[in-house]
Design a protein around this ligand. Structure first.
Ligand code: GAR
Length: 206
């Protein structure tokens, strides 16, 4: 399908990457997931890309002296594939102000909590912190990436109840189901030009 060229950056499992690919192929989303970049050699996301027939490559951050050089290498690949929107999907590297300035409001991230709660944590650690806090509600957030870690303009949130018997694992599985709906929805809104960013807020255009 022709549409906005999307590049996905991932570090691990890649289930959100797969959800994006499947949704863009099946639903009316004017996007084409053109490239997966993993920063971790052998990341399972790379196998998913091969199975889904999406071009994929590894840019190993450990091969670069500085964060900037790593990000320049990633940007070169994104440019080479004519990418217009970058989706972070379980990408466990902090991006520098150089990268966010290079891609202003063109980088999205998914975070497994209702931001701004539980910002700055990753993966299972987020769900552990939610349970420890006693919060009764959690969920996921898709947001634009800014210089403020997990603090960029919020596009979509989906909430679920925390149960008395939840473990970090059980919670993460239920939040993940919501993630797989929220991320394609956010990409669709972006591709349909229905998002207007104003400071920290994202307005939905009709
Ligand atoms: C997802 O739950 C995502 O929200 C989270 O890592 C998981 C990756 O799963 N991201 C973060 O914690 C970023 N701070 P996936 O590789 O199967 O998409």
């Amino acid at each position: 399908m022709a549409g906005i060229n999307v590049g996905v950056l991932a570090s691990g499992r890649g289930s959100n990457f797969e959800a994006l690919v499947r949704a863009t192929r099946k639903e009316a989303i004017d996007a084409d997931i053109r490239l997966l970049i993993a920063n971790v050699p052998g990341a399972p996301a790379l196998d998913r890309a091969a199975a889904l027939d999406v071009p994929a490559l590894t840019v190993d951050h450990r091969q670069f002296r500085t964060r900037r050089e790593f990000e320049q290498a990633v940007t070169a690949e994104l440019d080479r594939h004519d990418i217009r929107l970058v989706c972070l999907a379980g990408f466990m590297r902090i991006l520098s102000p150089w990268f966010t300035a290079r891609w202003p409001n063109k980088v999205m991230n998914i975070h497994p909590s209702l931001l701004p709660a539980f910002a700055g944590l990753q993966g299972t650690r987020v769900h552990e912190a939610v349970i420890e806090s006693g919060a009764r509600v959690t969920g996921c957030t898709v947001h634009f990436v800014s210089d403020d870690l997990d603090g960029g303009p919020i596009i979509i949130q989906r909430a679920i109840a925390v149960r008395d018997d939840d473990t970090p694992e059980s919670l993460s599985l239920r939040v993940l189901v919501e993630e797989h709906h929220a991320y394609p929805e956010a990409v669709k809104l972006y591709c349909d030009q229905k998002l207007e960013v104003s400071g920290r807020r994202v307005r939905r255009l009709e």
